[in-house]
Ligand binder design. Structure first.
Ligand code: HEC
Length: 190
């Protein structure tokens, strides 16, 4: 066990403000560093993510009848095009139901964009030094990313099976398993 790394991980999480569910014990705060690297489901919804920069402009999903907002924390924003995201990066994606009319047809605004209805889920992916190597044997590897998926309350787990997340993000290995990587850098150039 590498104590230095755990120190670093604990500190890093404090700085980026991510909540790691069940990874610490309040009564032990300030004592021994926690001896747990987060796995899938341990990454909570960061309290301040709505003040983070938008990762890409709002995504309309006509097929899934959803509107998605994606945020990146300031650590992730330091990434330059062509690089992988550094340890300490957190990405948050909000999934909203798109509004429909009484006949069930998707409503559009004047710009032809979908209209946000209620928030349905919040997906999170975060990475830390060595996290990938700590995942249970048989986990589909996505580098050092680990995942969380929450209901709109930000507290109730939306799933305990993250293999779907991992399998779908796996082919995006070239862009550090991040789907909207290219769009992000295009949006930054504007
Ligand atoms: C069927 C494929 C698929 C599955 C399954 C999937 N994702 Fe994604 N994910 C995407 C795509 C594509 C995007 C880009 C936004 C969009 O087009 O909806 C994305 C975007 C994201 C983002 C924003 C960063 C980025 O990659 O651009 C996060 C965070 C995320 N997904 C987390 C999750 C989590 C957590 C799960 C499982 C609960 C999951 N995803 C399951 C395809 C998938």
């Amino acid at each position: 066990m590498n104590t230095t790394r755990f120190h670093f991980t604990t500190l890093g999480l404090a700085i980026i403000g991510v909540t790691v569910i069940g990874a610490g014990c309040a009564s032990h705060r300030g004592a021994e560093p926690m001896a747990k690297v987060p796995g899938d489901g341990d990454i909570g919804v960061p309290a301040t993510y709505r003040s983070w920069p938008a990762f890409v402009p709002t995504v309309d999903k006509v097929e899934g009848a959803q509107v998605r907002e994606i945020y990146i924390n300031p650590v992730g924003l330091t990434t330059q095009k062509g690089e992988a995201f550094p340890a300490g990066t957190v990405s948050v994606m909000e999934l909203y139901a798109a509004r429909k009319d009484a006949a069930g047809k998707l409503l559009m605004n004047a710009e032809g964009r979908l209209i946000k209805g209620p928030l349905s889920k919040i997906f999170v992916m975060a990475k830390g030094e060595g996290w990938g190597a700590r995942l249970p044997a048989g986990t589909v590897g996505n580098g050092d990313w680990v995942y969380g998926a929450w209901q709109a309350d930000g507290k109730t787990a939306a799933t305990s099976d993250f293999s779907g997340c991992r399998s779908c993000h796996l082919p995006m290995a070239k862009t550090d398993f991040v789907a909207r990587y290219d769009e992000h850098f295009m949006a930054r150039m504007r």
